[in-house]
Design a protein around this ligand. Structure first.
Ligand code: ASP
Length: 325
């Protein structure tokens, strides 16, 4: 059935005054609390529409280019699925080894090429600031899908959406970020987003992998209440959201340093005995041993639902930058 035939189907007009129309999404710092509320509302609407009609033509005729210089499963495929469900199509360069990058082509030249074909560019790159550089050269909106240890704004918006959908609020919660807080870009972006809320933040990491001082400074400046720990036991019982991350192996210069910290925290059913019955466990994935598979059937394990929420948030972001939301 065409969406137009549904009584309360959305109208698919280009809204040139729509928030974020034609804008790049490079950092969560671009999003005021009002902007965040807007994304969450649009994502919720996308969730309802997908449940009701699956796919629709909101972005028909539009093309998204996925340009990934680093591995990805969820981010690349969810942006592709998001665009397909919005009725658009996708150019995928998920393995730059097989593109002209392997011949030595620069990022600006690759970006200028793809903007000739596509309406929006999604970029993952190992260097901090690469998305900003791409945006400088690209006339079409660029969405940062992870720039090295920098930021991962769409993931953080997904994380926020997950908390809101699962717990129906954000203000008043105690959020514990666990694992590699030094190199994990998702926790950098999420911590920054949480500055807009009245949350209590617990940062738990090995001593060698703390949250970068400049982000702690931002948390302080925002008046966010946070403490740093090395032991999860100290904070678990009061936690509402346990956000687990993997140690970012690819950021370590030597294997020994990585081996010394990997496996520092492993969440098991035993761990969850000390947690609140309504706590949620999140993870941006991939997990590589930080959460035992025995936890998967616990209703508190929200990480697979979080993956699904990623589709709706990325649909919202793509529609927004294309002026269709
Ligand atoms: N998938 C997330 C990222 O790209 C988390 C991770 O890789 O650990 O940052």
């Amino acid at each position: 059935m065409s969406p137009a035939a549904l009584p309360d189907a959305p109208t698919f007009t280009d809204r040139r005054d729509a928030p974020f129309h034609g804008k790049d999404i490079l950092s969560v710092r671009q999003f005021s609390r009002q902007d965040q509320e807007y994304v969450l509302r649009v994502a919720h609407e996308m969730r309802n529409l997908v449940a009701r009609i699956g796919s629709f033509d909101l972005c028909r005729g539009k093309i998204l280019a996925n340009l990934f210089y680093e591995p990805s499963t969820r981010t690349s495929s969810s942006f592709a699925a998001a665009m397909e469900r919005l009725g658009g199509s996708v150019i995928s360069i998920n393995e730059v080894r097989y593109s002209s990058v392997a011949k030595g082509e620069s990022l600006p030249d690759t970006v200028r090429t793809l903007e000739s074909y596509a309406d929006v560019l999604v970029l993952r790159h190992p260097e901090v600031g690469a998305a900003a550089q791409a945006a400088h050269y690209c006339k079409k909106p660029v969405i940062n899908a992870g720039d090295g240890v920098g930021e991962h704004p769409s993931q953080a918006l997904i994380d926020l959406f997950t908390i809101r959908e699962e717990l129906e609020r954000i203000d008043g919660l105690t959020v514990t970020l666990l694992g590699d807080l030094r190199y994990g870009r998702t926790v950098h972006s999420l911590a920054r987003l949480l500055c807009s809320y009245k949350v209590t933040l617990r940062l738990v990491s090995p001593e060698s992998l703390p949250m970068p001082p400049e982000i702690c400074e931002e948390l302080r400046a925002a008046g966010l209440s946070f403490t740093q720990h090395t032991e999860l036991d100290e904070v678990l019982a009061a936690t509402d959201v346990l956000y687990v991350t993997r140690v970012q192996k690819e950021r370590f210069a030597d294997v020994e340093a990585y081996e010394a910290v990997r496996g520092a925290y492993v969440i098991t059913p035993e761990t969850l005995r000390a947690a609140k019955p309504e706590m949620i466990v999140m993870h941006p994935f991939p997990r590589v041993g930080e959460i035992s598979m025995d936890v998967d059937d616990d209703p508190r394990a929200a990480y697979f639902r979080q993956i699904e929420y990623g589709l709706y948030v990325r649909m919202a972001l793509v529609a927004m930058v294309l002026g269709r939301a």
